[in-house]
Write a protein that binds this ligand. Structure first.
Ligand SMILES: Nc1ncnc2c1ncn2[C@@H]1O[C@H](COP(=O)(O)OS(=O)(=O)O)[C@@H](OP(=O)(O)O)[C@H]1O
Length: 332
């Protein structure tokens, strides 16, 4: 089967051939490892990206122009991106959809469709640049890129960055189960042992995980008005407090009237795991890039990794986290 024919049957997120000559030339110079999902991971600017994502990274570094009013969600993969996309979309659109349980885009579309990734969706096609000028303000985008790889206009403009991460044990288990779920039927399954080793060695999607977190942690301490640093665990434990902080940070704080009318609780309910995962669109739908929406909803709990990882694995991950992040005052 020819490569182009092959691409017709492979979902976009697994396609590796449709990359520019510039990207191919770069790849030839980069360290490469076997991927978790797509065949390869390439190490660029100190982090690991799959082929199509690298294409998108180069393109958005070159072409994306951040506006001062933009909000950019940055997450480590499997840290609650889907949830954060839903929260931020609901926050920014709450005046437009006051009856949010009757009419709301989140009831009929997956959050990933409503808030696209820069490098994975908008800039991933080598022949196509998105026209983002006509989008209503404030524009909302997402990315998994590490701080060093962000398009310069994100760093240099006054746009806001919302960063989200999650404890590495739950992140790893979520990533391992997700990649096995969205693999092509008939392809081999990733073992937990192999995935664990790769994760610890930094060879995971946008890994090393700890370097990703540290890059944003340090910057958020220096520039707290530009970067809000969030953790999945805080969203779970104290959702209304975190949602209100987020609204304030994004420049759309809740008014007293809204709080009295229960808008905070409504948004939390609309975006809850229970509500989103039970919607028809998230049970049966697919993203334009090919992934099934239901793959983004598993159990949504803190600490589920203890049901999969051995005591030794947990100890090893805790040790790496303490070694890499403890000295910077960061703990999960
Ligand atoms: N609404 C809501 N509330 C709480 N938790 C949620 C929600 N939606 C998704 N999830 C859980 O988030 C995990 C998926 O991570 P991401 O959304 O970051 O995935 S991705 O990076 O966008 O592919 C994955 O975590 P695990 O359940 O631990 O695998 C999802 O179940």
């Amino acid at each position: 089967m020819s490569q182009s024919n092959n691409n017709n049957v492979i979902p976009k997120y697994l396609q590796e051939y449709e990359v520019s000559q510039e990207c191919k030339d770069l790849i030839a110079t980069l360290p490469m490892e076997q991927g978790w999902l797509a065949t390869h991971l390439h190490q660029y600017q100190g982090f690991w990206f799959y082929t199509r994502q690298l294409q998108g990274l180069l393109s958005c570094q070159k072409h994306f122009n951040a506006l001062n009013s933009d909000v950019i969600l940055v997450t480590t993969p499997k840290s609650g991106t889907t949830w954060l996309k839903a929260w931020t979309f609901a926050l920014l659109n709450r005046k437009k959809y006051p009856k949010m349980f009757q009419i709301h885009p989140l009831l009929t579309e997956n959050p990933h469709f409503l808030v696209p990734f820069l490098e994975i969706n908008l800039y991933a096609d080598k022949n196509l640049l998105p026209d983002l000028n006509s989008l209503p303000s404030p524009r909302l985008f997402a990315t998994h890129l590490p701080y060093v790889s962000l398009p310069k206009s994100i760093i240099n403009s006054d746009c806001k960055i919302v960063y989200l991460c999650r404890n590495p044990k739950d992140t790893l288990v979520s990533l391992w189960l997700f990649t096995n779920k969205v693999k092509l039927e008939g392809s081999s399954t990733n073992s937990l042992e192999d995935s664990f080793k790769k994760f610890c060695n930094g060879v995971s999607l946008c890994g090393p995980f700890w370097d990703h977190v540290l890059g944003y942690w340090k910057k958020s301490l220096e520039q707290s008005e530009k970067i809000m640093f969030m953790r999945y665990e805080e969203m779970k434990k104290n959702p209304s407090f975190v949602l209100k902080e987020l609204a304030r940070f994004m420049g759309c704080p809740f008014s007293k009237e809204e709080e009295d009318e229960g808008v905070v609780d409504d948004i939390l309910k609309l975006c809850s795991f229970k509500n989103l995962s039970n919607l028809e669109v998230n049970k049966k739908g697919k993203l334009p890039s090919g992934e099934e929406n239901r793959a983004y909803f598993r159990c949504g709990e803190i600490g589920d990794s203890k049901n999969y990882l051995t005591a030794e694995m947990i100890e090893q991950l805790d040790t790496i986290t303490e070694e890499k992040l403890g000295q910077y005052g960061f703990r999960f």
